[in-house]
Design a protein around this ligand. Structure first.
Ligand code: C5P
Length: 218
């Protein structure tokens, strides 16, 4: 790796995105939100009526995905889809297409390309295991499904969206199950990752721990 990478992996709603943004601010590193790439792919497939069974169609879309990341916005074919890709329908579709090995392979190069000077904070499920196995800092966040669902509901409420905790919990559990049990790049901690359980920690405490690891990695 020519530039340092901080790999952050873990299940949905565990606080990866918040931690990644915080670390980017602290370090001035670039950000890779790999979930947004899978979400953009799922969004594009839904938009163009490409089904999960249409492997050549999905791979072709993945190889030529017309998505751009501008500041904190996700732009698909010129349209700002930042909030559209954040819904549960797109999330569920993302985890279905993400289980297809050919789709993951087609998105690998693009993800690696985010490692630019001065460094990268990479957020996802397989950052430390597959995309950046040489990353000097690997963090794997965990928290119970209940805690994660509660955080998600609060996040939605703060955006003025009402949410059903029971439904959100079952959505999160279904998505995690699919992510954990797929054969290609399943959601597992890299053997050299540091596992942080965020259930009982505030975001500030999680950030302090991550900064500590960064110092130790030199
Ligand atoms: O992180 P986020 O919730 O945005 O990711 C959406 C979905 O994309 C995940 O549930 C997972 O199935 C997939 N994903 C993945 N590998 C990554 C990032 C996301 O398979 N590195």
């Amino acid at each position: 790796l020519s530039h340092p990478v901080i790999a952050i992996d873990g299940p949905s709603g565990v606080g990866k995105g918040t931690l990644a943004q915080y670390l980017c601010c602290k370090t001035g590193f670039n950000l890779l939100d790999s979930g947004a790439i899978y979400r953009a792919l799922a969004f594009g497939a839904l938009k163009s009526n490409i089904s999960a069974e249409n492997l050549p169609g999905l791979v072709n879309l993945a190889e030529n995905l017309p998505v751009k990341f501008v500041d904190t916005s996700i732009i698909y074919e010129g349209e700002d889809v930042t909030s559209k890709v954040r819904n549960e329908e797109v999330a569920a579709a993302a985890s279905i297409v993400a289980a297809i090995p050919e789709v993951r392979a087609a998105l690998l190069k693009r993800q690696k390309g985010f490692a630019m000077a001065p460094g990268l904070v990479a957020d996802g499920r397989d950052m430390g295991t597959v995309v950046f196995p040489q990353a000097p800092v690997k963090i794997f966040l965990t928290a119970s499904a209940e805690v994660r669902a509660e955080r998600r509901v609060n996040q939605l409420k703060s955006q003025g969206v009402s949410a059903n905790i029971v439904q959100i919990t079952s959505d999160i559990m279904a998505r995690d199950e699919r992510d954990r049990t797929r054969t290609t790049s399943p959601l597992v901690p890299a053997s050299d990752s540091v596992i942080i359980d965020t259930s009982e920690l505030s975001i500030n405490q999680v950030c302090d721990k991550a900064i500590d690891l960064l110092w130790k990695a030199g």
